[in-house]
Design a protein around this ligand. Structure first.
Ligand code: C2E
Ligand code: CA
Ligand code: CA
Length: 780
């Protein structure tokens, strides 16, 4: 992802910049030196050329003088005039030798060679340098000519006596020796060249090295002329060059090449260049190192910060970034560290808040599984028991409603504190919901864990002071043990919950789960799930049990009882599924089903001439539904049944929940001319004053008082006084659960109005009831 690190970039930029600067400076210096040097060498060359030409001229005049001496020699002139060949030749030889000439020639007046010191004159062709001859026609001429032996600087003098009788030519060789001499004088390399018509070059003498000389000989004249114009000639060395034309007649084709080696001139500067390069290198090195250092001093801390960010991202806040550079980076690191601490604090706080209940400070549901698992694992390891105990406050809603939310909170806080302070360090108490606490007791033996549970209840149940009031709060607890009641978290939690429900239903303070209760629980869950369908699809049906008058033994009243044969569980007692319907919110559809079925049955029986009043049991919740009277009336209307044919049996407990509303509903039913009966009388707690306000027609004494009734027992006393009480309130009294004649007799003696029970008949299906009715009517 990172192509070039910051470190690399800084280093590269600094070193790059410096390199560019150094290279630019070096190039500029080199260029300056170079052009300076060239100019200087060029000047030297110019000066040298002047000196060269000067020396050439000087040599010419010296030569001229020497030839003049010979030309003025009388004997010689006479010998020439007389054509004395021998004398002339000997004079030429002598003078030539004395003058140091390499070539001496005698030409006759027509320019034909008469004698020569250096080659054979017999045959005497005309002298091949006509220009020179013309120039010397009057007196004398000088020039450079190429003889077969090489170049010669020559002086040609016309001999007159006084008329012209011929010429004397004296030539001095231009050879390496001369070139060397001239080099010594001018400090230049000098090469004498000759080019013929085809521009081919012939190097006749030179001070150059053999290699350079060889290279030079490969060049053509135009190339040299070009080099002359440009000033530079590249041979083995580089030379500043001048192609020097020569004055004087007969010099055509001969030239001098003047050169100064640029490389040699440079040699003096080479050291300077080396020094420069060294300085540049050093500067580069130093800057490189400082760039590295600088880049490192930034990139190291950056890398530390990056690593720290990565650590934070992975949730590790423990390592602080240490940068002691004393600059902004250190400031940044400090800020970073404090940010890290803040983050860590905040995360801790968030984690704490997410795992704890704010009101009580107890761990909450999020850690429940974890704690239970830990406890189970430990118990398993140590081969011991562990326990889960769920606590609930009984009627916590009432505390909240009557004493206020604040008091409720205080109760919860105190409860939490009591639980926490009674536990060992390894145990945990959690608050799972409003008044739901769960205690997780780690490894111990089952018996001692049971004792801990009861102690906890005892401790909780102590009085507490709330808003300057001493109150006692009731708790219930449900416990399940590992491994006795389950060996995994899920089972244990579910069974703890079941135990708590048992405690609630059976009003126990601590219920320890019993094996099998889970199955009951499952059965209940199943029943609840199947209820709606059983009602809606009319799987349920009604049976009818007669109530007979003690006065004439006539069965003018009937109680309707619901039945459900479950495909899996078979017969389910109605108390059981009615309670479950109440708990699961299905009671309304059940009641409507029952009422509709019963009214429908009334219609059928009335049509068949069977006239009876049918009693329907209402559930406690039905009395909290103020639409009930209208629903009932609607069915009565639909089936055209008179309301007086219907009785509703209401239990006392139904009146307890919301007496005002219940009484309102009862009044409405009563107003519609429906009979009302108080069912299960004696098992509830209704007060007499309340009883007085109820618009009821009948008291129904519960079968628990009747089933085993015998004369002179408590039951008999209760039943007798209840009958009296009912009569005094102007109510009819009926007893249910009459199974034998003795009970009948006793009730009869107490003045009971109606009886119901197996003695008369068990509940029957409609058809059976019809037959029973007919038989019964015939008897009475
Ligand atoms: P309950 O209203 O007290 O009904 C009387 C119960 O006593 C009936 O039981 C009846 O079969 C039984 N019984 C009558 N005579 C005798 C007897 O001589 N000996 C004995 N041992 N028992 C006798 P059942 O039908 O099982 O009903 C139980 C309870 O279920 C009822 O008590 C009532 O509270 C409820 N229930 C039944 N049907 C309905 C209904 O349609 N709606 C509502 N809401 N509850 C109903
Ligand atoms: Ca009843
Ligand atoms: Ca009863």
């Amino acid at each position: 992802m990172i192509r070039y690190s910051f470190f690399t970039k800084v280093t590269l930029v600094i070193v790059g910049l410096l390199s560019v600067t150094l290279i630019t400076i070096s190039l500029a210096a080199m260029y300056a030196i170079d052009s300076n040097l060239k100019a200087r060498v060029q000047r030297e060359l110019d000066t040298g050329a002047r000196v060269f030409l000067q020396s050439l001229a000087t040599r010419t005049s010296v030569l001229q003088d020497k030839v003049e001496v010979l030309a003025k020699d009388f004997a010689f002139r006479r010998a020439m005039a007389t054509g004395d060949q021998a004398t002339v030749e000997s004079a030429l030889a002598n003078h030539g030798q004395r003058a140091g000439a390499g070539a001496v020639m005698w030409l006759d007046q027509d320019g034909r060679l008469r004698a020569s010191t250096h080659h054979d004159a017999s045959g005497s062709p005309p002298f091949p340098f006509p220009v020179l001859l013309d120039a010397a026609a009057n007196q004398s001429a000088t020039g450079v000519i190429n003889l077969s032996e090489g170049l010669f600087q020559v002086v040609l003098v016309s001999i007159r006596v006084p008329h012209h009788i011929g010429w004397i030519l004296m030539g001095f060789p231009i050879n390496d020796e001369l070139a060397q001499e001239q080099k010594n004088l001018t400090q230049m390399d000098i090469s004498w060249l000759y080019s013929n018509k085809r521009d081919n070059l012939e190097i006749l003498s030179s001070t150059l090295s053999a290699g350079d000389r060889a290279m030079l000989s490969n060049r053509t004249l135009p190339q040299l002329q070009e080099a002359h114009v440009e000033g530079i000639l590249n041979l083995e060395q580089r030379y500043v060059t001048r192609l020097q034309e020569l004055d004087g007649a007969g010099a055509e084709g001969a030239r001098a090449l003047l050169q100064i080696s640029l490389d040699e001139a440079y040699a003096a500067y080479r050291e300077l260049q080396w020094q420069l390069a060294l300085i540049a290198l050093l500067a580069l090195l130093v800057s490189g190192v400082s760039a590295l250092f600088l880049a490192r001093s930034v990139s190291r801390p950056l890398e530390k910060l990056r690593a720290a960010s990565a650590r934070i991202a992975s949730g590790n806040y423990s390592v602080e970034v240490e940068i002691n550079s004393g600059d902004e980076l250190q400031l940044l690191a400090n800020t970073f560290n404090s940010m890290q601490r803040d983050l860590s604090d905040r995360e801790e706080r968030i984690v704490y808040q997410s795992q704890h209940d704010l009101l009580t400070g107890l761990p909450n549901r999020t850690v429940m599984l974890d704690r239970v698992e830990t406890a189970i694992a430990r118990a398993r390891r140590e081969n011991k028991a562990a326990a889960l105990i769920a606590f609930n406050i009984r009627r916590f809603k009432e505390i909240n409603d009557t004493m206020g939310q604040n008091a409720g909170d205080q109760v919860l806080r105190i409860s939490a504190e009591r639980l926490r302070s009674s536990l060992r360090a390894t145990d945990t108490v959690l608050r799972l919901g409003s008044d739901d606490f769960l205690v997780v007791l780690e490894a111990g033996d089952a018996e001692s864990l049971r004792i801990v549970g009861s102690n906890l209840i005892a401790k909780l149940s102590q009085r507490m002071e709330i808003d300057e009031l001493q109150i006692r709060v009731n708790y219930m607890g449900g416990a399940a043990f590992f491994p006795e009641h389950g060996d995994n978290v899920e089972d244990l939690l579910r069974r703890t919950d079941i135990a708590l429900n048992m405690a609630r239903e059976h009003h126990e303070s601590l219920h320890v789960y019993n094996n099998g209760e889970d199955e009951q629980h499952l059965r209940r869950v199943q029943i609840i799930a199947d209820l709606p369908d059983a009602i809606n699809k009319a799987v349920m049906f009604m049976v009818y049990q007669p109530k007979v008058s003690m006065v004439d033994r006539r069965a003018s009243h009937v109680e309707a009882l619901v039945r459900w044969i479950h495909p899996e569980f078979g017969f389910i007692p109605p108390d059981e599924f009615v309670t479950l319907a109440e708990q699961s919110g299905n009671v309304k559809i059940l009641t409507h089903f029952v009422i509709r079925t019963v009214i429908c049955q009334l219609r059928a029986w009335q049509d068949a001439g069977l006239h009876a009043n049918i009693a329907v049991n209402l559930s406690a919740l039905d009395l909290l539904d103020h639409s009930l009277p209208d629903v009932v009336q609607a069915y009565l209307n639909t089936y055209k049944v008179h309301p007086e044919c219907l009785t509703f049996e209401i239990t006392e407990s139904a009146l307890m929940q919301d007496p005002e509303l219940a009484i309102r509903v009862l009044n409405m039913l009563k107003k519609n001319s429906i009979r009302l009966s108080i069912d299960d009388f004696g098992t509830g707690y209704s007060s007499l004053s309340q009883l007085k306000r109820l618009p009821v027609d009948e008291l129904k004494i519960d079968k628990s008082f009747i089933l085993h009734i015998e004369p002179n027992t408590d039951d008999a006393a209760i039943v007798r006084s209840t009958i009296e009480l009912g009569h005094n309130l102007g109510l009819k009294v009926i007893a249910e659960g009459v199974e034998n004649e003795e009970a009948w007799e006793l009730l009869d003696s107490f003045g009971c109005d109606f009886v119901q029970g197996y003695l008369i008949s068990k509940p029957m299906k409609p058809d059976d009831f019809t037959s029973w009715w007919k038989e019964h009517s015939a008897q009475h």
